[in-house]
Every structure is written in C-alpha cells, then in structure tokens.
Design a protein. Structure first.
Length: 171
C-alpha cells in the first residue's frame, strides 16, 4: 500500500469516526506518516477530502466500466445505490465533510458532475433510451438518499423496485 493510500484510508476511518474533517496531525499519525509526508500528497484538509471523494468516484467508475463490459450497468447502478452499512457511514461522512469545505476550494462538484454524465451515458447506452436511463439513475439516487438519511426502504420494497427496473432494462 502506498503512503497516499494509507493516508486516504486514515482520512476515511477518522471521518467516519468523527463526522468531521480530521486534523492533519491526526491523519498523519493514523496513516503512520510524518506531517511532511502527508503534506507531500495533500496540502490541506480540503485536498484530503477531495482525495477521498476522488477515490470513491474512481471506485464507482471502475464498477460501471466493468458492468458495461458485461451489459449489467442497470443492475450495478442499483446495487451501488443500496450500500452496506460501512459505505453508508462513509457517504454520510463525506457529505458532512464536503459541506464543511464548501468554501469553493474543492474541485469535486465539477468532478462529480463529470462522473454523473459518464454514468448517465453508460446507463443510456445499455437501456437505449436516455430518459429511461435518467429515471433509473434518479431511482438509484433516491435509494441512496433513503439509506443515507437512515430511512431505507424495507428490503422487500427495495427488491421489488430493483426487479421492476431490471425486468424492463437488464439484458
């Protein structure tokens, strides 16, 4: 594991634990690097948050690319939209962190918008209808928001929504 990855893992753990942007010293200690080593990779707390969000966007991109190769984009999107408890805590923390750093220092809003356009294209390519693809993405967004807010749909309702969409669009 690289120092950069260790730092991002430490930021993730501390952010989930504290629900706040962790102090640079705490991140360095948790990652087992010097503060100078930390600053080599991330010059500010905002850069730490950006790095964490960027890594998560990359993780979703990789999953969507692999899904496109197997014609499973709809299924993958809906599965990603119903995260497990560890990911829910991460996403909640990232939301708090991004709000705390919403002073315009972050490049993440543009990167998130670019990622959404990529994912919308992948869904539309699979479904063959950009409007149906947008509906699928927005349903996924709603499922994720319900999970993040602590009010997820019941498992049988979630399964029914997924089955409804997959019956029509999963090939």
């Amino acid at each position: 594991m690289t120092s950069r990855e260790a730092i991002l893992d430490a930021v993730r753990s501390l952010a989930v634990e504290q629900h706040a942007v962790p102090a640079l010293d705490a991140v360095a200690t948790a990652a087992g690097v010097s503060k100078g080593g930390l600053m080599h990779h991330f010059r500010s707390r905002a850069a730490l948050v950006d790095g964490l969000v960027e890594r998560e966007l990359q993780r979703v991109d990789e999953a969507m690319v692999a899904a496109a190769e197997q014609r499973r984009v709809v299924r993958t999107w809906l599965d990603l939209s119903t995260p497990d408890s560890a990911d829910i805590e991460l996403y909640r923390s990232m939301s708090v962190l991004l709000l705390a750093l919403s002073s315009g220092q972050s490049s993440m809003p543009g990167q998130v918008a670019d990622a959404l356009r990529r994912w919308d294209r992948a869904l539309a390519d699979e479904v063959g209808d950009p409007t149906a693809a947008l509906v699928i993405r927005l349903v996924g967004d709603g499922l994720l928001m319900n999970s993040l807010s602590g009010t997820p749909l019941a498992a049988d309702a979630t399964a029914a929504v997924k089955a409804h969409l997959l019956t029509r669009h999963d090939r």
